[in-house]
Design a protein around this ligand. Structure first.
Ligand SMILES: NC(=O)c1ccc[n+]([C@@H]2O[C@H](COP(=O)([O-])OP(=O)(O)OC[C@H]3O[C@@H](n4cnc5c(N)ncnc54)[C@H](OP(=O)(O)O)[C@@H]3O)[C@@H](O)[C@H]2O)c1
Length: 294
Protein backbone atom coordinates (compact mmCIF):
# COMPACT_ATOMS: atom_id res chain seq x y z
CA UNK A 1 0.00 0.00 0.00
CA UNK A 2 2.77 2.34 1.01
CA UNK A 3 4.46 1.66 -2.34
CA UNK A 4 1.25 2.57 -4.17
CA UNK A 5 0.90 5.81 -2.18
CA UNK A 6 4.49 6.81 -3.01
CA UNK A 7 3.92 5.96 -6.68
CA UNK A 8 0.74 8.05 -6.74
CA UNK A 9 2.56 10.98 -5.09
CA UNK A 10 5.44 10.71 -7.55
CA UNK A 11 2.98 10.65 -10.47
CA UNK A 12 1.14 13.67 -9.07
CA UNK A 13 4.43 15.57 -8.70
CA UNK A 14 5.58 14.71 -12.20
CA UNK A 15 2.18 15.78 -13.58
CA UNK A 16 2.45 19.06 -11.69
CA UNK A 17 5.99 19.59 -12.94
CA UNK A 18 4.80 19.02 -16.51
CA UNK A 19 2.70 22.21 -16.38
CA UNK A 20 4.93 25.09 -17.42
CA UNK A 21 4.87 28.27 -15.34
CA UNK A 22 2.39 30.23 -17.42
CA UNK A 23 1.80 33.94 -17.93
CA UNK A 24 -1.91 34.38 -18.67
CA UNK A 25 -2.57 37.75 -20.35
CA UNK A 26 -6.13 38.97 -19.91
CA UNK A 27 -6.59 36.78 -16.83
CA UNK A 28 -9.64 38.80 -15.76
CA UNK A 29 -11.29 38.28 -19.17
CA UNK A 30 -13.63 35.66 -20.53
CA UNK A 31 -11.08 33.10 -21.70
CA UNK A 32 -8.06 34.13 -19.60
CA UNK A 33 -9.94 33.73 -16.31
CA UNK A 34 -10.97 30.20 -17.22
CA UNK A 35 -7.50 29.27 -18.47
CA UNK A 36 -5.93 30.53 -15.23
CA UNK A 37 -8.50 28.66 -13.12
CA UNK A 38 -7.91 25.37 -14.97
CA UNK A 39 -4.11 25.59 -14.74
CA UNK A 40 -4.26 26.52 -11.05
CA UNK A 41 -6.70 23.68 -10.29
CA UNK A 42 -4.29 21.27 -12.01
CA UNK A 43 -1.48 22.45 -9.71
CA UNK A 44 0.21 24.74 -12.21
CA UNK A 45 2.07 27.94 -11.38
CA UNK A 46 0.08 30.75 -13.01
CA UNK A 47 1.01 34.40 -13.48
CA UNK A 48 -2.37 36.14 -13.99
CA UNK A 49 -1.83 39.43 -15.79
CA UNK A 50 -3.80 42.40 -17.08
CA UNK A 51 -4.05 46.14 -16.36
CA UNK A 52 -6.05 45.46 -13.18
CA UNK A 53 -4.79 41.92 -12.52
CA UNK A 54 -2.54 40.49 -9.81
CA UNK A 55 0.40 41.04 -12.16
CA UNK A 56 0.28 44.36 -13.98
CA UNK A 57 0.49 44.00 -17.76
CA UNK A 58 -0.57 46.62 -20.27
CA UNK A 59 -0.31 46.12 -24.02
CA UNK A 60 0.05 49.91 -24.31
CA UNK A 61 2.97 50.01 -21.83
CA UNK A 62 5.84 47.72 -22.95
CA UNK A 63 7.71 48.49 -19.71
CA UNK A 64 5.23 46.17 -17.95
CA UNK A 65 5.98 43.18 -20.22
CA UNK A 66 9.39 41.98 -18.95
CA UNK A 67 8.46 42.01 -15.23
CA UNK A 68 5.28 40.07 -16.04
CA UNK A 69 7.33 37.48 -17.93
CA UNK A 70 9.61 36.80 -14.96
CA UNK A 71 9.92 33.02 -14.51
CA UNK A 72 7.37 32.23 -17.22
CA UNK A 73 7.96 29.19 -19.44
CA UNK A 74 4.73 29.57 -21.41
CA UNK A 75 2.24 32.33 -22.18
CA UNK A 76 -1.42 32.47 -23.11
CA UNK A 77 -1.76 35.59 -25.23
CA UNK A 78 -5.05 37.46 -25.52
CA UNK A 79 -4.85 40.92 -27.01
CA UNK A 80 -7.35 43.66 -26.09
CA UNK A 81 -9.35 45.34 -27.45
CA UNK A 82 -8.85 43.19 -30.56
CA UNK A 83 -6.16 41.85 -32.89
CA UNK A 84 -7.97 43.54 -35.78
CA UNK A 85 -7.15 46.99 -34.36
CA UNK A 86 -4.34 48.98 -36.06
CA UNK A 87 -0.89 48.14 -34.67
CA UNK A 88 -2.13 45.15 -32.63
CA UNK A 89 -0.28 42.51 -34.64
CA UNK A 90 3.05 44.35 -34.42
CA UNK A 91 2.58 44.80 -30.67
CA UNK A 92 1.87 41.10 -30.18
CA UNK A 93 4.86 40.22 -32.39
CA UNK A 94 7.17 42.42 -30.30
CA UNK A 95 5.85 40.78 -27.15
CA UNK A 96 6.39 37.28 -28.55
CA UNK A 97 10.01 38.12 -29.44
CA UNK A 98 10.63 39.48 -25.93
CA UNK A 99 9.00 36.41 -24.37
CA UNK A 100 11.31 34.07 -26.28
CA UNK A 101 14.35 36.20 -25.40
CA UNK A 102 13.29 35.87 -21.73
CA UNK A 103 13.13 32.06 -21.89
CA UNK A 104 9.48 31.40 -22.75
CA UNK A 105 9.29 28.30 -24.94
CA UNK A 106 5.55 27.90 -25.63
CA UNK A 107 3.03 30.50 -26.82
CA UNK A 108 -0.70 30.01 -27.30
CA UNK A 109 -2.45 32.84 -29.15
CA UNK A 110 -6.18 33.54 -28.97
CA UNK A 111 -7.11 34.70 -32.45
CA UNK A 112 -10.06 35.58 -34.65
CA UNK A 113 -11.42 33.99 -37.81
CA UNK A 114 -10.64 35.50 -41.18
CA UNK A 115 -9.47 38.91 -39.98
CA UNK A 116 -6.38 40.39 -41.57
CA UNK A 117 -4.87 41.75 -38.34
CA UNK A 118 -5.36 38.47 -36.54
CA UNK A 119 -3.61 36.51 -39.28
CA UNK A 120 -0.72 38.96 -39.28
CA UNK A 121 -0.33 38.47 -35.49
CA UNK A 122 -0.43 34.69 -35.93
CA UNK A 123 2.46 34.88 -38.40
CA UNK A 124 4.57 37.02 -36.07
CA UNK A 125 3.98 34.67 -33.12
CA UNK A 126 4.89 31.68 -35.30
CA UNK A 127 8.10 33.46 -36.35
CA UNK A 128 9.15 34.12 -32.74
CA UNK A 129 11.00 30.83 -32.36
CA UNK A 130 8.71 29.49 -29.63
CA UNK A 131 6.53 26.41 -29.91
CA UNK A 132 3.20 27.96 -30.86
CA UNK A 133 -0.47 27.10 -31.12
CA UNK A 134 -3.11 29.37 -32.63
CA UNK A 135 -6.69 29.17 -31.38
CA UNK A 136 -9.01 30.94 -33.87
CA UNK A 137 -12.43 31.52 -32.43
CA UNK A 138 -15.99 32.13 -33.57
CA UNK A 139 -18.19 34.68 -31.76
CA UNK A 140 -18.29 33.75 -28.06
CA UNK A 141 -21.55 32.59 -26.37
CA UNK A 142 -20.40 34.45 -23.28
CA UNK A 143 -20.43 37.80 -25.09
CA UNK A 144 -24.17 37.67 -24.36
CA UNK A 145 -23.78 36.96 -20.63
CA UNK A 146 -20.52 38.67 -19.68
CA UNK A 147 -20.25 41.69 -21.98
CA UNK A 148 -23.66 42.59 -23.41
CA UNK A 149 -26.08 41.25 -20.75
CA UNK A 150 -27.76 44.56 -19.96
CA UNK A 151 -30.12 44.88 -22.99
CA UNK A 152 -30.91 41.16 -22.80
CA UNK A 153 -32.10 41.68 -19.20
CA UNK A 154 -34.61 44.09 -20.71
CA UNK A 155 -35.71 41.66 -23.41
CA UNK A 156 -33.66 42.96 -26.34
CA UNK A 157 -30.72 41.46 -28.20
CA UNK A 158 -29.45 44.27 -30.38
CA UNK A 159 -26.54 43.58 -32.73
CA UNK A 160 -25.30 44.65 -36.15
CA UNK A 161 -25.66 41.08 -37.49
CA UNK A 162 -28.63 41.09 -39.89
CA UNK A 163 -29.89 37.58 -40.51
CA UNK A 164 -26.45 36.03 -40.92
CA UNK A 165 -25.75 32.66 -39.30
CA UNK A 166 -22.88 32.25 -36.83
CA UNK A 167 -21.52 29.14 -35.06
CA UNK A 168 -21.55 30.66 -31.54
CA UNK A 169 -18.76 29.16 -29.44
CA UNK A 170 -18.64 28.44 -25.71
CA UNK A 171 -15.54 29.91 -24.04
CA UNK A 172 -15.35 26.81 -21.81
CA UNK A 173 -14.30 24.97 -24.99
CA UNK A 174 -11.73 27.65 -25.80
CA UNK A 175 -10.24 27.38 -22.31
CA UNK A 176 -10.04 23.58 -22.61
CA UNK A 177 -8.22 23.86 -25.95
CA UNK A 178 -5.86 26.59 -24.71
CA UNK A 179 -4.96 24.63 -21.58
CA UNK A 180 -4.37 21.46 -23.62
CA UNK A 181 -2.04 23.45 -25.89
CA UNK A 182 -0.20 25.02 -22.94
CA UNK A 183 0.32 21.65 -21.26
CA UNK A 184 0.96 19.29 -24.15
CA UNK A 185 3.57 19.74 -26.88
CA UNK A 186 1.57 17.63 -29.34
CA UNK A 187 -0.49 20.77 -30.07
CA UNK A 188 2.59 22.72 -31.19
CA UNK A 189 2.32 24.10 -34.71
CA UNK A 190 -1.46 23.59 -34.84
CA UNK A 191 -3.96 26.23 -35.97
CA UNK A 192 -7.24 25.23 -34.36
CA UNK A 193 -10.27 26.98 -35.77
CA UNK A 194 -13.01 26.60 -33.16
CA UNK A 195 -16.75 26.91 -33.67
CA UNK A 196 -19.80 25.73 -31.80
CA UNK A 197 -21.76 22.76 -33.15
CA UNK A 198 -24.59 24.74 -34.87
CA UNK A 199 -25.06 27.70 -37.16
CA UNK A 200 -27.64 30.06 -35.66
CA UNK A 201 -29.07 33.45 -36.55
CA UNK A 202 -29.12 36.11 -33.86
CA UNK A 203 -32.93 35.83 -33.89
CA UNK A 204 -32.58 32.13 -33.00
CA UNK A 205 -30.04 32.97 -30.29
CA UNK A 206 -32.50 35.51 -28.86
CA UNK A 207 -35.28 32.88 -28.87
CA UNK A 208 -33.08 30.35 -27.06
CA UNK A 209 -31.94 32.92 -24.51
CA UNK A 210 -35.59 33.87 -23.94
CA UNK A 211 -36.59 30.23 -23.48
CA UNK A 212 -33.82 29.75 -20.90
CA UNK A 213 -34.60 33.00 -19.07
CA UNK A 214 -38.36 32.47 -19.14
CA UNK A 215 -39.09 35.87 -20.73
CA UNK A 216 -39.20 36.92 -24.36
CA UNK A 217 -35.93 38.22 -25.81
CA UNK A 218 -36.37 39.98 -29.13
CA UNK A 219 -33.61 40.39 -31.71
CA UNK A 220 -33.26 43.97 -32.89
CA UNK A 221 -30.98 44.17 -35.95
CA UNK A 222 -28.96 47.39 -36.14
CA UNK A 223 -26.51 49.10 -38.43
CA UNK A 224 -22.95 49.41 -37.15
CA UNK A 225 -23.54 53.16 -36.63
CA UNK A 226 -26.66 52.55 -34.52
CA UNK A 227 -24.86 49.90 -32.53
CA UNK A 228 -21.88 52.20 -31.84
CA UNK A 229 -24.34 54.79 -30.53
CA UNK A 230 -25.87 52.16 -28.24
CA UNK A 231 -22.43 51.14 -26.91
CA UNK A 232 -21.73 54.80 -26.12
CA UNK A 233 -24.85 54.89 -23.94
CA UNK A 234 -23.21 52.15 -21.82
CA UNK A 235 -20.20 54.41 -21.30
CA UNK A 236 -17.84 53.09 -23.98
CA UNK A 237 -15.57 55.81 -25.41
CA UNK A 238 -16.72 56.93 -28.88
CA UNK A 239 -13.66 55.75 -30.80
CA UNK A 240 -13.70 52.29 -29.21
CA UNK A 241 -17.49 51.99 -29.67
CA UNK A 242 -17.16 52.68 -33.40
CA UNK A 243 -14.26 50.25 -33.78
CA UNK A 244 -16.04 47.47 -31.85
CA UNK A 245 -19.33 47.98 -33.73
CA UNK A 246 -17.53 47.92 -37.09
CA UNK A 247 -15.65 44.78 -36.07
CA UNK A 248 -18.79 42.95 -34.93
CA UNK A 249 -20.58 43.94 -38.14
CA UNK A 250 -17.58 42.63 -40.10
CA UNK A 251 -17.30 39.25 -38.38
CA UNK A 252 -21.09 38.81 -38.57
CA UNK A 253 -21.30 39.59 -42.31
CA UNK A 254 -21.58 35.93 -43.28
CA UNK A 255 -17.89 35.23 -43.96
CA UNK A 256 -17.74 32.90 -40.94
CA UNK A 257 -21.03 31.11 -41.52
CA UNK A 258 -19.56 27.63 -41.57
CA UNK A 259 -18.76 24.99 -38.98
CA UNK A 260 -15.31 23.56 -38.26
CA UNK A 261 -14.05 20.48 -36.42
CA UNK A 262 -11.46 22.38 -34.33
CA UNK A 263 -12.79 21.43 -30.88
CA UNK A 264 -13.10 17.77 -31.88
CA UNK A 265 -9.61 17.78 -33.41
CA UNK A 266 -7.98 19.37 -30.36
CA UNK A 267 -9.92 17.62 -27.60
CA UNK A 268 -11.46 14.49 -29.13
CA UNK A 269 -14.96 15.60 -28.13
CA UNK A 270 -17.67 17.76 -29.70
CA UNK A 271 -18.17 21.44 -28.78
CA UNK A 272 -20.80 22.52 -26.24
CA UNK A 273 -24.18 23.61 -27.57
CA UNK A 274 -25.59 27.13 -27.28
CA UNK A 275 -28.68 25.81 -25.46
CA UNK A 276 -26.48 24.47 -22.63
CA UNK A 277 -24.74 27.84 -22.35
CA UNK A 278 -28.08 29.70 -22.33
CA UNK A 279 -29.50 27.42 -19.61
CA UNK A 280 -26.41 27.78 -17.38
CA UNK A 281 -26.14 31.54 -17.89
CA UNK A 282 -29.83 32.04 -17.06
CA UNK A 283 -29.48 29.83 -13.97
CA UNK A 284 -26.54 31.96 -12.79
CA UNK A 285 -28.91 34.96 -12.49
CA UNK A 286 -26.92 37.16 -14.86
CA UNK A 287 -30.06 38.05 -16.85
CA UNK A 288 -32.24 38.69 -13.79
CA UNK A 289 -33.73 42.17 -13.70
CA UNK A 290 -31.91 44.24 -11.10
CA UNK A 291 -33.76 46.35 -8.55
CA UNK A 292 -33.53 50.02 -9.57
CA UNK A 293 -30.94 51.82 -7.45
CA UNK A 294 -32.57 53.77 -4.60
N1 LIG B 1 -15.45 38.06 -27.95
C1 LIG B 1 -15.45 37.32 -29.08
O1 LIG B 1 -16.49 36.87 -29.58
C2 LIG B 1 -14.13 36.98 -29.71
C3 LIG B 1 -14.10 36.09 -30.79
C4 LIG B 1 -12.86 35.77 -31.34
C5 LIG B 1 -11.70 36.32 -30.82
N2 LIG B 1 -11.78 37.18 -29.76
C6 LIG B 1 -10.54 37.76 -29.21
O2 LIG B 1 -10.53 37.61 -27.81
C7 LIG B 1 -9.74 38.65 -27.23
C8 LIG B 1 -10.43 39.08 -25.96
O3 LIG B 1 -11.63 39.67 -26.27
P1 LIG B 1 -12.88 39.82 -25.34
O4 LIG B 1 -13.66 40.91 -25.95
O5 LIG B 1 -13.54 38.51 -25.16
O6 LIG B 1 -12.34 40.38 -23.96
P2 LIG B 1 -12.09 39.68 -22.56
O7 LIG B 1 -10.98 38.67 -22.69
O8 LIG B 1 -13.35 39.22 -21.92
O9 LIG B 1 -11.57 40.95 -21.72
C9 LIG B 1 -10.39 41.61 -22.07
C10 LIG B 1 -9.23 41.21 -21.15
O10 LIG B 1 -8.07 41.90 -21.56
C11 LIG B 1 -7.60 42.74 -20.50
N3 LIG B 1 -7.14 43.98 -21.10
C12 LIG B 1 -7.86 44.97 -21.65
N4 LIG B 1 -7.06 45.94 -22.11
C13 LIG B 1 -5.79 45.53 -21.85
C14 LIG B 1 -4.52 46.09 -22.08
N5 LIG B 1 -4.33 47.31 -22.66
N6 LIG B 1 -3.42 45.39 -21.69
C15 LIG B 1 -3.56 44.20 -21.08
N7 LIG B 1 -4.73 43.62 -20.84
C16 LIG B 1 -5.83 44.28 -21.22
C17 LIG B 1 -8.78 42.92 -19.56
O11 LIG B 1 -8.37 43.11 -18.21
P3 LIG B 1 -8.02 44.57 -17.61
O12 LIG B 1 -9.21 45.42 -17.85
O13 LIG B 1 -7.73 44.27 -16.17
O14 LIG B 1 -6.80 45.04 -18.32
C18 LIG B 1 -9.45 41.57 -19.70
O15 LIG B 1 -8.82 40.61 -18.87
C19 LIG B 1 -9.55 39.71 -28.30
O16 LIG B 1 -8.25 39.62 -28.81
C20 LIG B 1 -10.52 39.27 -29.39
O17 LIG B 1 -10.04 39.55 -30.66
C21 LIG B 1 -12.96 37.52 -29.19
Amino acid sequence: MECLAVAAQTLAMSTTRSIPTTLVIGATGKTGRRVAERLTAAGGDVRPASRSGAIRFDWQDPATWAPALSGAEAAYITYAPDLAFPGAAETVGAFADLAVARGVRRLVLLSGRDEEGAQHAEGLVAASGAEWTVVRCAFFDQNFSETFAEPIRHGVLSFPGGDTREPFLDVEDIADVAVAALRDERHAGEVYELTGPRLMTLAEAADELGAAIGREVRYLPMTAEQYAAELRTYGMPAEEATAIADLIAEVLDGRNAHLTDGVERALGRPPRDFADFAREAAASGVFDLREAAA
